[in-house]
Design a protein around this ligand. Sequence first.
Ligand code: DSN
Length: 487
Amino acid sequence: MTATSAKGQGIEYADTASEAYRAALRVIESVEPRIAEATRKELDDQRHSLKLIASENYASPAVLLTMGTWFSDKYAEGTVGHRFYAACQNVDTVEALAAEHARELFGASYAYAQPHSGIDANLVAYWAILATRVETPGLAELGSKHINDLSEADWESLRAKLGNQKLMGMSLDTGGHLTHGFRPNISGKMFHQRQYGTNPETGFIDYDAVAAAVREFKPLILVAGYSAYPRRVNFAKMREIADEVGATFMVDMAHFAGLVAGKVFTGDEDPVPHAHVVTTTTHKSLRGPRGGLVLATEEYAPAVDKGCPMVLGGPLSHVMAAKAVALAEARQPEFRTYAQAVADNAQSLADGFVKRDASLVTGGTDNHLVLLDVTSFGLTGRQAESALLDSGIVTNRNAIPADPNGAWYTSGIRFGTPALTTRGFGADEFDRVAELVVEVLSNTQPAAGPNGPSKAKYTLADGTADRVRAAAAELLEANPLYPGLTL
Ligand code: DSN
């Protein structure tokens, strides 16, 4: 087992995990062989490609196996010890353990393990903040009244009041997330929204500009966090800005929760001591199952705890169980080694691009992701994404600040190091990855379109994809995914 791999991904688990998966696939095969086949193929595809999507990872067999149980069959609306269904004693155990591990890992006073995703976690947080902060009969009572008991007058009052609440988060094109007040998302509809961006020259957050915008707009909620900003955030400073106008400070740490858990982000860079409410997903750098979590101070905890039925339906108890397992893994000392390697590897990847004259948003990184501006290669993000995929390199196209190609074609490619670090890649391997990416992009040309160069079509010089695939295969074979696991 490498120093950075999760417990359960090492060779000592391989025989047991292999037996478990072989048995599971035989059972699936007896009902729908095409699903068994697709499942085998997915592992094969993941094993044989360079996975650089910043929001993906490889969970341990322990986490994955935990999801395939009869907890999936149980309804458990409500919260620990207070369910709307009978016979939830084992779900209570699971949910309480997931919350306990989350509290201990992040040093939070309260944790809520039910959100099915990051978007759900953010919606739970928004409604809990409204329920806690806004003094109308309808909203104030959401924290204590069952949703079915709200009268039509309560709802009318709630809707009227919602129309007057304000939310400010980071704009999508500078690295924020849809749910941080992007106008077409419900977060940009249920609130009056305004967004802060980054300095157009440097690409960094300009805290004075954020403070000025917050002073002017006076949001009820100030959101920090990102999905494509390659730098750390000073959460102590953001909290001061929020406090100046009495805003609730919320941080969505979905992307970098693993770096918080692994103590790479500490002090002013750790959101938990500074924010009133922190949300996250559990499947990105945290390396758990696909799902969400909310952490909150005591003030917000009672309202967050009513996430179901306020926002959520039946909890996914099998996923909460897997969250508990993943959080237990993240509390092991190896996880700190892993998290530090994620950050070091991102540095190496960024340095590898810079020394080969590729242009990066902000000029580099100090977290787990790198945002490459592919306009210097004469390409759109879409062309670059496709050419890289042809060569066995899996990334996603992403807008860059003030993107000339818009959100569909984009001008950027986002790279992240969490997944390949789990496989055991180190600084040298990530430098080689940068070399291979530059090789692909330097050999890609936009194809001609009806009105000039196409934004989608491209040609890749003969032999490039095969050459890069072969080089990638060497790296992948030296750092196998789930070593020893055979189906
Ligand atoms: N889809 C996630 C990401 O890739 O960053 C965010 O929701």
